[in-house]
Design a protein around this ligand. Structure first.
Ligand SMILES: [Zn+2]
Length: 270
């Protein structure tokens, strides 16, 4: 079981509005008296890096969007806060039989597997996206290198509509990929299929709402936060479809040894 003592971030709320506006169903975590928004990228980083215990201090009711990806949170966890290994055994939710949920043509399911693996596919009527699909075994290493840097995305026409309604006025182009009719308006893509990689990032964060790292194969098609979070609730309802198992305290989410490169870069907290 791993923990980090604290993560501190300055609020840059004006920089998150654009990306959040793209995703009107971004998840909220917490009780009714207090809630925290846009938690999914931070939760994805914590889950994928095997962090079970953490104190996150915020001076705003929303997690800063940063650059629209989870890479800044990975940096903070590994290089600023540090990771401490605890003696207690790590617990996982191991899938025993398939669980599925669909809303129209949006589908999500979880199947038994020896590892945490995600298959995601998306379809958008845009020349830079079209159909994208990726299957990835999620380890600390694959998450850090292939998923965490993938940024959230949206379309210029949506931004223009929001601005006409007086929304997203404080947004800037450095916290999301903004797609025009045929091209990316701001920075170059970090991956050719950055869009589907970001979907994988989102679902890892949303799935963490079940409370345990999952051992199973998640398959999603055209999902979004609403479907992801509804599915997390469905998993918890279907109590005969999984069991809680204990794993090696020195193992990562996927049950694999922690990569040496991550061990070396993570400062141990005392
Ligand atoms: Zn996202």
């Amino acid at each position: 079981m791993d923990c980090i003592p604290a993560t501190r971030s300055r609020s840059r709320s004006n920089r998150r509005r654009l990306a959040t506006a793209f995703d009107s169903s971004a998840p909220t975590s917490g009780a009714s008296k207090s809630s925290v928004e846009t938690v999914e990228h931070l939760l994805a980083a914590l889950t994928a890096l095997g962090i079970d215990n953490v104190i996150v201090e915020l001076n705003t009711p929303e997690v800063p969007i940063m650059d629209g990806s989870a890479a800044p949170f990975v940096y903070l966890i590994m290089n600023e806060a540090g990771v401490k290994r605890l003696a207690a055994p790590k617990r996982f939710l191991k899938v025993l039989r398939p669980i599925s949920l669909s809303h129209g043509d949006k589908r999500i399911a979880l199947y038994p597997s020896d590892h945490f693996k995600v298959t995601y596919s998306i379809n958008f009527d845009h020349p830079l996206i079209r159909h994208q699909s990726r299957t990835m075994k999620i380890t600390e290493e694959t998450f850090v290198e292939d998923i965490a840097p993938a940024r959230t995305f949206g379309f210029l026409k949506e931004v223009e509509m929001l601005r006409q309604r007086g929304l997203a006025l404080g947004g800037s182009l450095d916290n999301a990929i903004v797609l025009g009719e045929t091209s990316v308006l701001n920075n170059a893509l970090r991956f050719e299929d950055e869009f589907v990689r970001h979907k994988i990032l989102d679902v890892i964060g949303d799935l963490s709402l079940v409370g345990y790292p999952v051992i199973g194969h998640l398959v999603a098609h055209r999902g979004g936060h609403a479907l992801h979070t509804a599915f997390a609730a469905r998993i918890l309802e279907e109590v005969d479809a999984w069991k809680i198992v204990e794993g090696d305290a020195n193992a990562s989410v996927a049950g694999m040894p922690v990569p040496a490169s991550i061990k070396a870069s993570a400062r141990l907290a005392n």
